[in-house]
Design a binder for this molecule. Structure first.
Ligand code: ADP
Length: 422
């Protein structure tokens, strides 16, 4: 399966997971509202029963609905023409609650408008209450003070409603856990596939990189093996030089790979010192001099007289600049490279700008990944392992710095390294 197809599948699965979660949350909210309504209806039914039990309504013509109201989520208030005895009120209320299935704790208060206070308060725990020990200590609030009334306060109403929805809550939690499991598996599957692909690319690059020098060395060795070579000292010298060059090239590639592999498992050891930027850039340029000559590159330096100073690890920063210069040379047909240094707010910056092939925007976020190379179909006419920029990033990260890339395909690329002064 191609990586782009897999990406689409992962995207589709993510959207489906998101939809399932949204629908489930919507239903949970609906069920909560339903249970809440049911609870309110049961409380009102209990209060109606209480009116009959205690004959509290002196004006039977008045609709009970007008006497009961719901001044807050957890509160019910009903008018009492005569305030009943505390014991009988709590006894009958418990009976009604049991009949109508209001099985959560309740604190009641009888408010007298003449005394302007609650004349008594009582806590009625349900027999199975888990909260019976935690009686609400706060005083009951007064919502109306111009008539006698009873206030019912349900401190654990929310928890009680959630308990009623137990099946829904448990099934939703199971569903969410399964979806998270699925999402994590998809993520790992995708990552594994990405790693497998980059690894395959790496092996391909590795083979290309080593096959050509080995073939050249074999031809040179064949020439040297000819019997009459000793009589042709020029050819002998030329072919020996070819073997030496190719061996050095292979050696440097192997060393580079080993360096990446050995620095893999640990943090880069950073030994900071004050470095004169001009010297550092010149040193880096000297390392890529053969490539500059080979590509007949034009290199322009833009820095102050002494180029400024940067506080960094000399060897690592030089390597980062070498990698950027190498790329600028590799990915430009007729390279014109501008190297610039300077101060930017709290950072020192080094910029390497080229007039090369550029990088499409969609690839920019991937170029720092290990083994990543911008796809160019099956042909990679520029050699590399996809390790250079990853190493540059690791070096700059170790300095707590930043890298900014700007690139236009067909126009060129600029890499700007920022290294904090302190
Ligand atoms: P390598 O050059 O060995 O492939 P790098 O990690 O140095 O690996 O770079 C990753 C990829 O980023 C390269 O394969 C190339 O496609 C792209 N790239 C890096 N630098 C440049 C540049 N200056 N111009 C255009 N493309 C670049």
């Amino acid at each position: 399966m191609r990586s782009s197809t897999l990406k689409l599948i992962v995207l589709f699965a993510t959207v489906v997971i998101g939809l399932i979660v949204t629908v489930q949350l919507y239903w949970l909210k609906k069920v909560y509202s339903f249970e809440e309504r049911q609870f309110n209806v049961n409380v009102v039914k209990s209060i109606r029963g209480l009116f009959e039990d205690l004959e509290m309504n002196d004006a039977p013509g008045t609709s009970l609905q007008q006497l009961i109201n719901n001044p807050g989520n957890n509160y019910f208030q009903f008018k009492a023409d005569t305030i009943p005895q505390k014991d009988s009120l709590s006894f009958f209320l418990q009976e009604e609650f049991a009949d109508f299935g209001v099985l959560t704790d309740c604190k009641l208060g009888a408010y007298s408008s003449s005394a302007k206070k609650y004349v008594y308060e009582e806590f009625i725990p349900t027999p199975a209450s888990r909260y019976a020990e935690i009686k609400p200590t706060q005083d009951l609030p007064v919502f109306s003070n111009d008539f006698d009334h009873i206030l019912l306060y349900f401190p654990h109403r929310h928890e009680y409603i959630l308990e009623q929805m137990q099946f829904w809550v448990v099934s939703s939690v199971v569903l969410f856990i399964s979806l998270i499991g699925l999402a994590v598996s998809l993520f790992y599957f995708y990552r594994q596939k990405f790693l497998a692909e980059t690894q395959k690319d790496f092996v391909n690059n590795f083979t290309h990189e080593f096959r050509t020098p080995l073939a050249v060395m074999k031809i040179a060795a064949d020439v040297l093996a000819q019997g009459n070579i000793l009589r042709q000292p020029d050819r002998l010298e030329r072919y020996s030089a070819i073997i030496k060059n190719q061996t050095e090239h292979l050696q440097s590639q192997v060393e580079r790979l080993l360096k990446v592999a050995s620095s893999e498992s640990r943090n880069l050891p950073i030994k900071k010192e004050n470095i004169e930027a001009q010297g550092l850039i010149e040193q880096a340029l000297s390392k890529v001099q053969p490539l500059i000559e080979e590509k007949k590159a034009r290199v322009e330096l833009k820095m102050d007289d002494n180029g400024g100073y940067v506080h960094a690890d000399r060897a690592h920063l030089e390597l980062a600049v070498v990698n950027l210069l190498e790329n600028a040379l590799k990915y430009s047909l007729h390279p014109h490279i501008v190297v610039e240094t300077g101060n930017a707010d709290k950072d020192f910056f080094i910029s390497v700008k080229d007039n090369g092939v550029g990088i499409e925007k969609k690839y920019l976020k991937s170029i720092f990944k290990k083994f990543y190379r911008v796809p160019t179909g099956d042909i990679h006419n520029v050699k590399g392992f996809g390790l250079g920029l990853n190493f540059v990033k690791r070096i700059i990260d170790a300095h707590n710095g930043k890298i900014r890339v700007s690139s236009l395909p067909g126009i060129g690329t600029e890499f700007r390294l920022f290294i904090p002064f302190n």
